[in-house]
Ligand binder design. Structure first.
Ligand SMILES: [Zn+2]
Length: 119
């Protein structure tokens, strides 16, 4: 039996986050384990905050996994920022962030910095 050491590469916010990272790693051929998933079943009546899912990978995959996790989180934050909705102060309609002007009344979003809104 070969002695395989595993290392914690990431501590997730919740199970969704952990599954997301595991998926990212799996796509690159890295087998990752979520530690905390099974623990959650054992101590299922504890508040979720007690069990932080952690991502473990083999030592040999650690360096690459660390980079992938970092890239994935950066991308995730970028997308989250893009998804941010804004509410039109003129008509009250909700717009997704890719609209620079309100789809409903064509007014500019005053809550976001715009290069042509101020003189
Ligand atoms: Zn509007």
């Amino acid at each position: 039996m070969t002695d395989i050491s595993v290392l914690e590469v990431y501590s997730a916010d919740d199970m969704m986050d952990a599954e997301f990272i595991r998926h990212v790693l799996a796509e690159q051929g890295i087998q990752a384990r979520i530690i905390g998933e099974s623990l959650q079943t054992i101590i299922g009546n504890l508040p979720a905050v007690w069990v932080t899912p952690r991502i473990w990978v083999c030592e040999e995959d650690f360096a690459q996994a660390e980079i992938l996790v970092d890239e994935a989180k950066t991308e995730q934050r970028r997308r989250a920022a893009l998804r941010k909705e804004w509410t039109c102060s003129h008509c009250g309609e909700t717009n997704t962030a890719d609209f620079e002007i309100c789809w409903s009344c064509q007014e500019e979003d005053e809550t976001q910095p715009s290069p042509h809104s101020k003189p």
